[in-house]
Design a protein around this ligand. Structure first.
Ligand code: FNR
Length: 343
């Protein structure tokens, strides 16, 4: 099976993948304040994360890699939505286009459609530093994502089995490229230990890519004769992963939350517990493919309106203000954090 066919399988299965709600979001409750003392008109959604200025706390996370005309079409439409709504957008893995230059058009279209937006390049941790530079140049990217996807690879019959030296390669990439590097998971979450290792080599942005949304173990299992069912519920739920990542001693690292975000309340909770921005992949892809580009634009506008309403209720005029909101953490999330000595 070609890389392009495999990636199309991912999209097909991701669309069929019933996103479970991330139970751990229910464990986080805001404490209602009857005197927020602000107006909806005071609320600002723009926010800087490291060197990146974002006009919205949400962004379109990496999706379509693999090349081919279908990738081209989806990337083109996502880029148009990103341009019209002011969202940053990450592309899917560009390795296909680095290995086969005839596939470059499937990614270059993203910059062409959105000349002045924030566009983020993407490769896996198997990439060498010169490939990372090439990926950034290909789309004149403002940042580069390096994804970690050990469980996905292990679940794929033809996947990688050797994960040695990934940290060394990431370190070389961080030194070589001139844009910020975001190291991300793809739906299994990052632990405090992982984030500490990344911070120790100079990574300043991580996207925890937690468990609870698109599930690549389930997706890859569908392509196996004998399923590895033990990986189907493997991973750190997104809210827990955000809190784990935020708990490291090195506060120079900024946290991005992703994995299972669908509604405004999840977004605001994700920020309240430590994320600076929230990535959404499966939900946007599903909306685009099943309901069309206009519905996706409307959905994003609605998310912005609802985030504004929630921030007003919390008395938060800025994204930074959300972090000062008092909240209660209960249930399994509380017990997890307690056992990990995180308060
Ligand atoms: C992805 N994701 C992904 N991530 C990445 O870093 N490089 C990639 O090429 C891809 N490809 C990809 C294809 C498809 C079809 C989907 C749905 C997702 C993972 C994505 O960026 C994200 O980390 C996870 O999907 C979890 O977020 P959601 O989908 O639960 O919002």
């Amino acid at each position: 099976m070609s890389r392009s066919e495999r990636k199309w399988d991912h999209i097909r299965y991701a669309l069929a993948n019933q996103q479970k709600s991330v139970f751990a979001f229910d464990d986080i409750k805001f404490i209602h304040q009857s005197l927020p003392n602000i107006s909806t008109f005071d609320v600002r959604l723009d926010h800087s994360i490291g060197e990146l200025y974002l006009s919205s706390p949400i962004f379109i996370n990496a999706m379509t890699g693999g090349g081919g005309d279908r990738t081209y079409r989806i990337n083109k439409e996502l880029a148009q939505v990103a341009r019209d709504t002011g969202l940053a957008m990450a592309v899917g893995s560009q390795m296909a286009a680095i290995k086969d230059k005839t596939e470059k058009y499937t990614f270059e279209v993203v910059r062409k459609e959105n000349p002045s937006g924030i566009v983020i390049a993407n490769l896996g941790s198997e990439a060498a530093a010169d490939q990372a530079k090439e990926a950034v140049d290909m789309i004149e990217a403002n940042a580069l994502q390096i994804h970690l996807n050990v469980i996905q690879e292990l679940t794929m019959p033809e996947g990688d089995r050797d994960f040695t030296r990934a940290l060394k390669r990431i370190e070389a990439i961080v030194r070589a490229v001139e844009v910020p590097v975001i190291v991300k998971e793809v739906g299994f979450g990052m632990s405090r230990e992982t984030v500490e290792s990344l911070a120790s080599i100079g990574v300043s942005l991580v996207d925890v890519g937690g468990f609870g949304g698109t599930n690549f173990a389930e997706i890859e299992n569908k392509r196996r004769e004998r399923e590895l069912s033990f990986f189907a519920d493997w991973g750190i739920p997104t809210p827990i992963s955000i809190i784990e990542a935020s708990s490291i001693a090195d506060h120079s690292i900024s946290i991005i939350g992703s994995g299972g975000f669908r509604g405004a309340i999840d977004v605001v909770k994700g920020i309240a517990i430590g994320a600076e921005a929230i990535g959404m992949a499966g939900f946007f892809l599903k909306t685009l493919v099943q309901k069309g580009i206009d519905t996706l634009r409307e959905e994003i506008d609605r998310l912005h309106q609802e985030i504004t309403l929630i921030m007003t209720a919390l008395g938060a005029t800025s994204i930074a203000d959300i972090k000062r909101t008092p909240l209660i953490i209960s249930g399994d999330t509380y017990h997890w954090l307690n056992q990990r000595g995180i308060d």
